[in-house]
Ligand binder design. Sequence first.
Ligand SMILES: Cc1cc2nc3c(=O)[nH]c(=O)nc-3n(C[C@H](O)[C@H](O)[C@H](O)COP(=O)(O)OP(=O)(O)OC[C@H]3O[C@@H](n4cnc5c(N)ncnc54)[C@H](O)[C@@H]3O)c2cc1C
Length: 400
Amino acid sequence: MSLHILISGAGISGLVCAIALAKSGNKVSIFDKSTEFLDIGAGIQQASNAMQIHTALGISEKIKSFSCEPESIDFYDLSTSKKLFSSKLLGTHENRYGYKYLHIHRSDLHRTLLDELKKYNINIYLKSNINSYMNTKKGVSIEINGKTFNGDVLVGADGINSAVRKNMNGPESPKFTGYAAWRGLIKTNKLPHNLIPLAANNWLGEDKHIVSYYVKNGEYINFVAVTKYDEWLPHDWKIEGSISKMRDCFKNADSRVQILLQNCHKCYLWGIFDNPPLDNWNDEYVTLIGDAAHPMMPFLAQGASVAMEDSWVLAHFLNKYSKDVKLGLKQYQKARLKKANLIQYLSKQNADLYHMRPSLKKWIRDCQFNIATKIPAVLTTKYDKIFGSNVVLNYPINFE
Ligand SMILES: Cc1cc2nc3c(=O)[nH]c(=O)nc-3n(C[C@H](O)[C@H](O)[C@H](O)COP(=O)(O)OP(=O)(O)OC[C@H]3O[C@@H](n4cnc5c(N)ncnc54)[C@H](O)[C@@H]3O)c2cc1C
């Protein structure tokens, strides 16, 4: 039976959900409050759990065409430049989990999904702010700009400040963590040759760290530099930051980091927020996916990937239980909540691990990094929990 699904939010999770549902024969209407889609955001790391979904949706070749494949993931001490940990990714990740580990730019992924969307029965409405919903006897109804839309299910894919979540669980607000993420893109040919290794490079310092890697087929180098920030900052991708303030935060850093930041002439500043995990994502005919359900701090690079997994699994259960969608939503939550909340917790835990001051704890951390470099299997159990699940195999969707 074909359903009509309403989706609030055309970010990564909303678009993947829309495509998976429309490709399997459902009608989808997707609403976003934005007036237009801008080329915003920065790099996103796509591990096997994301690549399996791109492959199943038929867009992996396009993704690969603008991606970069890192040779390894490396951690350095921000001030001494000492290499703390290195783990091979090229070949190794694919051999273990079946798919490559790639670096891309969010806007390239978003544009690819928007292009894919055009092939299906999907209505997309911009300037459509969904503030509330009403469950009815047979489904759900929303009102936008004076017009009523009825659907079998409403999916809240409206991000960390989700209005759908607030309607479901009361008016809680995400809390500012006191951390800011400075983001920038630099043309590779403006930097000394091979300054930044072809890797997922992480420099860890006291109360700060910086991550840098290649995107856009190697044409650009992306960085995200996280520091403590005293004033409240909005969670907005369009706010420009002060270049001199950013450079000042890293004035004693590894010379590669300093050269990188010296060559950045425009940066964006983004407030990092936290919302506690939920134990319920459903309200009759309404559910949550992605950051609306479990906003991730960006310290495990899994926000977009876990959001895509949610979208896929939700589409599977809505197809499977199209005659009883409330049961479908329950099954979706049962399949996803534990893993998503675990990754949300692990992402938060990495903030402590990455930002340690000189202490016994830091010394122990560095020893553990040392052991894990020599015996990679030490970390395999942790990473298997994240990358090892194959939602495409476990929750199949029949595409027409
Ligand atoms: C603009 C932007 C840029 C990002 N860039 C990066 C990045 O560079 N690197 C990275 O790792 N992560 C980035 N993220 C976060 C990452 O993409 C998310 O963690 C992940 O993809 C989860 O996505 P989501 O679709 O659940 O939520 P989001 O990506 O937050 O998307 C939510 C969507 O819902 C819309 N929306 C919000 N409220 C309403 C409402 N009331 N009614 C209708 N629509 C609404 C928003 O306009 C947005 O399009 C970015 C997020 C955004 C919004």
